[in-house]
Design a protein around this ligand. Structure first.
Ligand code: HEC
Ligand code: HEC
Ligand code: HEC
Ligand code: HEC
Length: 183
């Protein structure tokens, strides 16, 4: 082997080694990044980001504000709906009113813009669900929505028919309703 071929070959070998090293390093970094996002940032595994990082844990948990105070129409209308920003300002006119996230509330209020909350509960479109009957029968919010008062950010949730039927069977609730549930 002449010296030039030898040099060229060893050169390539070095570069190949660097290439392997680079990809091993890159893989390690990606794995670590994934683990970090998965474990260190629990928010990454829950529901959509909200326009204001509203926390049910703080409000419904720590401060024990009742669900109906904010979701007032849950027992009355087919659409429980989200609290209007006036509800938030009822307290936040006074409490931590200079907090940057509370400033956003004032902005929504002053510009007459409903807070664009991202929806998290879904139900297949052909199913018609009303809260009223359930609340009147004393079915707790948590039986369907889970431990909302322990969560900072609510996870996305799709209610499948199986979920409805399992409970209706257990409680002996009307099963013939499937004629009336489907519209
Ligand atoms: C009945 C009173 C009350 C109502 C109504 C209320 N809050 Fe609060 N909120 C509080 C209290 C108390 C705190 C805790 C303040 C503190 O940390 O000192 C708080 C804290 C917050 C924080 C800061 C949380 C943090 O992590 O630091 C945000 C953001 C917030 N509220 C948003 C809202 C929004 C949006 C609404 C309306 C949907 C709302 N609040 C309605 C009482 C209320
Ligand atoms: C201080 C006001 C406040 C209180 C008290 C409160 N909520 Fe909420 N709730 C909100 C706001 C604001 C949103 C929209 C932002 C979000 O999803 O976190 C929301 C969203 C929800 C949603 C998701 C709706 C959807 O499909 O997008 C559910 C379910 C819910 N709340 C249930 C409850 C239950 C159950 C309680 C009582 C344990 C409760 N809330 C107490 C203000 C409140
Ligand atoms: C029997 C089960 C069940 C119970 C009990 C229940 N919910 Fe719901 N809730 C649902 C389903 C299913 C949806 C999705 C309905 C839809 O998107 O039309 C929903 C949607 C919601 C929404 C979002 C509505 C919207 O306008 O997007 C809020 C807020 C809510 N529930 C609050 C409550 C509160 C507060 C309670 C207790 C007082 C409660 N729910 C009890 C099943 C339940
Ligand atoms: C945790 C238990 C539970 C879950 C989950 C549940 N239900 Fe119910 N449902 C009940 C009870 C209890 C009644 C009350 C029956 C009565 O009035 O005697 C009821 C009543 C109803 C009624 C009225 C029936 C009638 O007699 O007219 C409809 C409609 C209904 N549910 C639909 C649904 C749908 C759709 C879902 C799923 C998104 C669902 N339910 C999930 C417990 C539940």
């Amino acid at each position: 082997m002449d010296i030039r071929t030898w040099l060229k070959n060893s050169h390539t070998a070095v570069w190949q080694n660097r290439g392997t090293l680079f990809f091993t390093g890159l893989t390690a970094v990606l794995v670590l990044l994934f683990l970090y996002l998965f474990y260190a940032v629990p928010a990454a595994s829950v529901g959509p980001e909200q326009p204001i990082p509203f926390s049910h844990r703080v409000h419904a948990g720590d401060k024990a504000i009742s669900c109906e105070f904010c979701h007032s129409y849950v027992g009355r209308s087919a659409f429980p709906g989200m609290p209007p920003v006036e509800k938030c300002l009822y307290c936040h006119e006074y409490i931590i009113k200079n907090h940057p996230e509370i400033q956003k509330e004032h902005e929504y209020f002053n510009t007459n813009t409903p807070t664009p909350w991202a929806k998290v509960s879904y139900i297949p479109e052909h199913v018609f669900f009303k809260h009223i009957r359930h609340i009147k029968k004393g079915v707790a919010c948590q039986e369907c929505h889970g431990p909302v008062e322990t969560q900072d950010r609510l996870p996305q949730r799709t209610f499948l028919m199986e979920f409805c039927i399992t409970c209706h069977e257990e409680r002996g609730a009307n099963m013939g309703c499937w004629l009336s549930c489907h519209n």
